[in-house]
Design a protein around this ligand. Structure first.
Ligand SMILES: [Zn+2]
Length: 150
């Protein structure tokens, strides 16, 4: 019988690898075996597009066979719903701002000699990602152009 003493990476317990599974790295406690499977699934899901597609497919199938699950989950977890709503609103706002920046910069900045300032909670990202200029100001509500005096 060939057995090798090993240390489980999850629970740090030493164990003897079974002669039937000489490559065993994780102890045979159910909790550690579950973690091993979860980690394996996560790694494979991230690295293997075909595996990912199979998983998504089986998720879709499961959801269509359990149509009330999602509804019930939402009812039991109002925080989850609220969090999603906030995240969606943030994405919408960013999209609007991106659109605004794109469209304004296209015609405005080049024509204007004035400094332009960006203002707003989500604009730091936009500046980093989209603009080489640091002084841009775009209002979400554009004022009607008034008559110039003088
Ligand atoms: Zn273990």
């Amino acid at each position: 019988m060939i057995a090798q003493a090993r240390i489980c990476p999850y629970c740090s317990t030493s164990f003897l690898s079974s002669s039937f599974r000489p490559g065993q790295r994780v102890c045979s406690s159910p909790a550690c075996q579950r973690r091993r499977q979860t980690d394996h699934h996560r790694r494979k899901y991230r690295s293997d597009p075909e595996y990912r597609e199979i998983c998504r497919d089986s998720d879709r199938k499961w959801r269509s066979q359990n149509p009330s699950y999602q509804q019930q989950y939402r009812e039991r977890n109002p925080d989850y719903v609220a969090g999603n709503r906030v995240a969606q609103q943030r994405r919408d706002r960013k999209r609007r701002m991106r659109h605004l920046v794109k469209n304004n910069l296209a015609f405005d900045v080049k024509a204007s000699s004035a400094d332009v300032w960006l203002a707003g909670p989500e604009l730091e990202d936009l500046v980093k990602n989209n603009l080489a200029i640091s002084q841009v100001m775009i209002f979400q509500t554009l004022a009607a152009p008034g008559a110039h005096e003088g």
